[in-house]
Design a protein around this ligand. Structure first.
Ligand code: ATP
Ligand code: MG
Ligand code: MG
Ligand code: MG
Length: 437
């Protein structure tokens, strides 16, 4: 992409809209713009990051055996009356009336919709186990939307739903997601800790929130040092259920809990091995048994011929929140430092003298050759001061920057800077090509 033909609305000054670094940087780097309170437009650069994150989430859901579908954003109140949640959900639900005076809502989550769909799609034990997922916009009329996309009212979520014949099978579906989530966050360069969360009315131990540590996170967590960022563990194969079960049993033996789930006596026993921190909830997995299948009449034929209500679970990843969380975890004074896997472009080319013919020729050629090789490149070909270009490139945080100017053209070497380490190298044109292709 040539910057001279792109839409990248950078801000020179801090915005009074934002109180935390990630929100400030998302506005300054032109990733998002607020359209109404808690409702954001994803500008071109931001959309690329959102898509990268969703792509990783999809790959890991697919790897774990989940099947993608797409449910609508607007849902009929009818379904929520069936489950009994229409009244219970409260003012976070955006309620809408259509022209026929029918009650609709903008979905805050989709248990009711997926259960109603499976009512007519699943008939027997042979149709189980299955896990379906979708990546779709949700709406929750948060009382205090804040921190930009981290607590929006409209936000993008991956929500998955599992259907199993019995509790043992439901646990396997749950454990697969536990592992898939750890792999998902690790691929984004995040250290996420699965902490025991409130399992709700069915009890048991099948609910975990995935928390990324951050000073301005809204969740308090308490965890054993086995969950420190430098504590190493190897993830099992995504579908090897016995390896997965052993892994989850081992990892969950190390204490980690939300505020509501603290076990003070266990913390006292573990004493100085316990850490206390704040963090951002980037995912939540949950088993709720037959709550929706029973109330909404989803039944399948069991092996013995009788009818049975499937055990269900749901599994959410806050995709749009992750954009903020990743920036919160990875930035410096100059701007964002994208991990390669989610960077909007991998390489930025800066032509420091756009009106110098020789420089422009080399920069154009490098841009074309890398782009043709499938490398995502943002090429700053604008006629602007070098200093402003360097600052803009640091702000938007692409992993690699190539600087091209008359001196380099003369010498035949060009500067390559790594955004994360700040390390600079001088490479020949061919070495540059070889580095990225
Ligand atoms: P929170 O505690 O932050 O309000 P939640 O527990 O209400 O989140 P869940 O119902 O567990 O959220 O939804 C699954 C995931 O969706 C969350 O883990 C979070 O990453 C994301 N999410 C929830 N609410 C928002 C929001 N208002 N803006 C952005 N992402 C959100
Ligand atoms: Mg909430
Ligand atoms: Mg929560
Ligand atoms: Mg939650």
């Amino acid at each position: 992409m040539r910057l001279s033909k792109y839409v990248l609305p950078l801000l020179r000054e801090d915005s009074s809209e934002a109180q935390i670094a990630s929100h400030q940087l998302m506005l300054r780097a032109g990733l998002v713009r607020q359209v109404a309170a808690g409702i954001y437009a994803w500008m071109p650069l931001g959309l690329r990051v959102l898509d990268k994150i969703a792509g990783i989430v999809r790959e890991e859901q697919d790897r774990a055996g989940a099947i993608e579908m797409l449910m609508p954003t607007i849902q009929p109140a009818e379904l929520w009356r069936e489950s009994g949640r229409y009244g219970a959900y409260g003012p976070e639900m955006l309620r809408i009336k259509d022209r026929h005076d029918r009650d609709l809502l903008f979905g805050p989550t989709a248990e009711e919709v997926v259960t109603s769909l499976m009512r007519s799609s699943m008939n027997s034990y042979r149709d189980l186990p299955r896990t379906l997922y979708n990546v779709q916009w949700k709406f929750r009329d948060e009382i205090r939307p804040r921190f930009g996309v981290m607590r929006g009212r409209e936000f993008l979520m991956k929500d998955a739903y599992s259907f199993d014949l019995d509790n043992a099978s439901a646990r396997q579906s749950y454990n697969r997601m536990y592992v898939a989530y750890l792999r998902t966050y690790a691929r984004m360069g995040l250290h996420a800790i699965p902490v025991k969360a409130d399992p709700g009315p069915i009890g048991g131990d099948m609910s975990h929130e995935f928390i990324v540590l951050a000073g301005n996170g809204e969740s308090d967590v308490f965890y054993h040092r086995e969950w420190d960022a430098n504590a190493k563990y190897e993830l099992p194969d995504a579908t090897d259920d016995s390896a997965i079960d052993a892994f989850v049993a081992e990892r969950t033996s190390h204490y980690a809990a939300t505020d509501e789930m603290r076990d003070e006596s266990r913390e006292a026993e573990l004493a100085d091995q316990i850490r206390t921190a704040r963090g951002i909830e980037v995912g939540h997995i949950f088993n709720f048994g037959t709550k929706y299948s029973e109330s909404m009449g989803l039944k399948v034929q069991a092996r013995d011929g009788g009818l049975v209500a499937p055990q269900m679970g749901s599994y959410g990843v806050g995709i749009s929140r992750l954009v903020g969380a990743i920036i919160e975890a990875s930035h410096d004074d100059a701007g964002i430092v994208w991990p390669e896997a989610v960077a909007p472009f991998r390489v930025g080319i800066i032509n420091i003298r756009a009106n110098d013919e020789a420089s422009a020729a080399v920069a154009d050629k490098l841009y074309r050759q890398l782009t043709d090789a499938g490398i995502e490149v943002l090429y700053d070909d604008r006629d602007d001061r070098g200093g402003a270009k360097f600052a803009a490139m640091d702000l938007i945080g692409l992993p690699w920057q190539v600087v091209i100017g008359p001196k380099g053209v003369e010498r035949g070497t060009f500067e390559l800077k790594c955004r994360a380490t700040g390390k600079r190298e001088d490479l020949s044109y061919d070495e540059l090509i070889a580095r990225f292709t």
